[in-house]
Design a protein around this ligand. Structure first.
Ligand SMILES: Cc1cc2nc3c(=O)[nH]c(=O)nc-3n(C[C@H](O)[C@H](O)[C@H](O)COP(=O)(O)OP(=O)(O)OC[C@H]3O[C@@H](n4cnc5c(N)ncnc54)[C@H](O)[C@@H]3O)c2cc1C
Length: 268
């Protein structure tokens, strides 16, 4: 990926900073996981909520909301985990990618109402593309740690196999039965050389959701659906579900940007 030159000067020590970038794992050239820890006491949050984090550059605070992928119980030691895509325009993510470990940041929150219902015994269908899987990881990790995992189907759509974040963790849960989850990854560009050897499902998440519901016999009256990420995918998937008899109040949505706002180089 060719990034535009970003020569903004990042302020290493603004008085508003209250947290630190403590860990980072890169998955591809434009997908990475970041852990940000409060300098003082962590702020409680519920799985599905987001934090807003940022840094000052050229005297301006650049900050964005990110769903927390980690469970609340890890905030104190591990920090808040964020699964982020680099957007190749000079805004916040081009700054985030330049930050060295140990750099201080501003973090506020939590916010958001994309939450699990208490004691919901319905099957949970989690649908996401790209980084939209993040809140579902927090929900599943927390309910697992509580010893109350919920029957779940997680449909995750990506352009490339190497973008299937959290795949190893989800496959391990399936393999050893730790979590009652059916993991359904789907790849939207099966013919791309980067996906050579992929024998799994292909097609965009919103295009396969109908067959997934049919194959797994997900009944509208016994399923609650959560959809997160790309707004076009969310609205298309929702339309398919409505058409399949899912009542509107059984579908919850978290849009990562307003519908219609697209950066040409970004895919999912
Ligand atoms: C509630 C909420 C939670 C969010 N959680 C996450 C998260 O966990 N991980 C994450 O990577 N982003 C998440 N986002 C998006 C994030 O806040 C930023 O918009 C994104 O990181 C890009 O920041 P930017 O300043 O570089 O560009 P921005 O000016 O914020 O966005 C520019 C454009 O980039 C595209 N874009 C934005 N986010 C993404 C994305 N994730 N994948 C592909 N294209 C994108 C859109 O077309 C958008 O209009 C979330 C947004 C909201 C509203």
């Amino acid at each position: 990926m060719t990034l535009p030159d970003d020569d903004r000067v990042i302020d290493p020590d603004a008085p508003q900073y209250n947290a630190t970038l403590v860990r980072r794992v890169d998955h591809t050239e434009d997908l990475a996981t970041f852990w940000v820890r409060y300098d003082d006491e962590p702020v409680p949050f519920e799985p599905g909520q987001y934090m807003t984090t940022g840094v000052f550059a050229d005297g301006k605070l650049w900050q964005r909301p990110y769903s927390v992928a980690s469970p609340p119980r890890e905030s104190r030691d591990g920090g808040y985990e964020f699964y982020v895509r680099l957007v190749p325009i000079i805004r916040f993510t081009t700054l985030l990618w330049r930050l060295p470990l140990g750099h201080r940041m501003r973090m506020i929150g939590p916010k958001g109402k994309f939450l699990l219902e208490p004691d919901d015994r319905r099957t949970h269908l989690f649908i996401s593309t790209g980084t939209g899987i993040a809140p579902f990881m927090s929900m599943m990790r927390e309910t697992l740690a509580e010893g109350r995992p919920r029957k779940t189907v997680i449909l995750h759509g990506c352009s490339y196999v190497d973008e299937l974040g959290y795949r190893a963790e989800l496959e391990a849960w399936v393999r050893d039965g730790t979590y009652p989850v059916t993991y359904v990854p789907t790849i939207s560009r099966p013919d791309d050389p980067r996906n050579a050897g992929w024998a799994g499902r292909h097609g965009r998440a919103e295009h396969v959701v109908r067959e997934v519901c049919r194959d797994l016999r997900l009944r509208p009256d016994r399923t609650v659906v959560y959809i997160c990420g790309n707004p076009d995918m969310i609205l298309n998937a929702e339309a398919v579900l409505m058409d399949g008899g899912f009542p509107e109040f059984h579908v919850k949505k978290e849009l990562y940007w307003p519908k219609g706002k697209v950066v040409p180089a970004v895919t999912g």
